[in-house]
Design a protein around this ligand. Structure first.
Ligand code: HPA
Length: 278
């Protein structure tokens, strides 16, 4: 018999629960460059994705896959070291399975991070961008198929995917830490090819500020479950056609690594403040 998406999710939940009873408050998805953020966590337990039956395992270099449970300051968190991308060939329901799982494990807040290409002409490589909204409709919607009633409603509202209060906390944290922060709309395309210059012009006309290959579908699944969501993107390069240079994964990785110290301190400062929320 074929297992349903929900059954698979519950199976993954029991696998994790066999290892740890840790209850996280905040779920953090670590994008490119934030991989070693785990070093700043007081670790309580780790669960490699490969140990979770049915869990999609990432194939991208630099996306070493595991859940890290522990504390950022005193806030209980679960971090995803390595996420699952649609371009790797997974069903979209598998791409968002980890997000759903972290909610089942107790996380109420989802903190998404990623690497992106800057579409806004005033952005520079190395900028951090607070995600205020997204365009997800170039990727398959993870809610297509029978609605999972246990998780959320059939037609969820997407008017405020990125929680205004969390956004304000991040802005304030950045301001007080002297970290400059852009803000804008993130568009998820499927990848894995980078965009063409024509696609980038289209995205700019449509109001996008940054483009990447993750995050928005995760936010859709999380919004369906009523999580409070926030996101920060590391703008690693200017998108196709905006400079004379061809784009490469290496360039993206190097830029992400350079920005990592500031990015990490903003994530920590923000999570600490989320911990003070009622
Ligand atoms: N396009 C899509 N995804 C990306 C880019 C880009 O230019 N840079 C980093 N991730």
């Amino acid at each position: 018999m074929q297992t349903t998406v929900y059954e698979k999710l519950k199976q993954c939940e029991s696998c994790v629960r066999r290892v740890t009873d840790f209850i996280p408050r905040v779920a953090v998805v670590l994008g490119s460059g934030l991989g070693d953020y785990a070093d700043t966590i007081r670790v309580a337990a780790q669960v490699p994705y490969g140990d979770i039956e049915g869990f999609p395992v990432s194939t991208v270099p630099g996306h070493d896959g595991r859940f890290i449970f522990g504390y950022v300051e005193d806030v209980p968190v679960v971090c995803m070291k390595g996420r699952v991308h649609y371009y790797e060939g997974y069903e979209i329901s598998d791409v968002v399975l980890p997000i759903r799982l972290m909610k089942l494990l107790g996380a109420e807040i989802l903190f998404l991070t990623n690497a992106s290409g800057g579409v806004n002409t005033s952005f520079h490589a190395g900028d951090l961008m607070l995600i205020t909204d997204h365009i997800s409709c170039f990727a398959p919607n993870p809610l297509v198929g029978a609605n999972i009633e246990q998780l959320g409603t059939r037609f969820p509202d997407m008017s405020h995917v990125y929680d205004p209060e969390l956004q304000e906390i991040i802005r304030t944290a950045a301001g007080e830490k002297g970290i400059s922060l852009q803000q804008g709309v993130y568009a998820q395309l499927t990848g894995p090819s980078f965009e063409t210059p024509a696609e980038i012009r289209m995205l700019r006309t449509w109001g996008c500020d940054a483009v990447g290959m993750s995050t928005a579908v995760e936010a859709v699944a999380a919004a369906h479950m009523g999580m409070r969501i926030c996101g920060i993107s590391c703008v690693c390069n200017l998108a196709a056609g905006m400079t004379a240079n061809p784009l490469s994964h290496r360039e993206v990785q190097e830029a992400a690594d350079r920005t990592a110290p500031v990015f990490k301190s903003l994530v920590t400062e923000s999570v600490k403040r989320f911990g003070l929320l009622p």
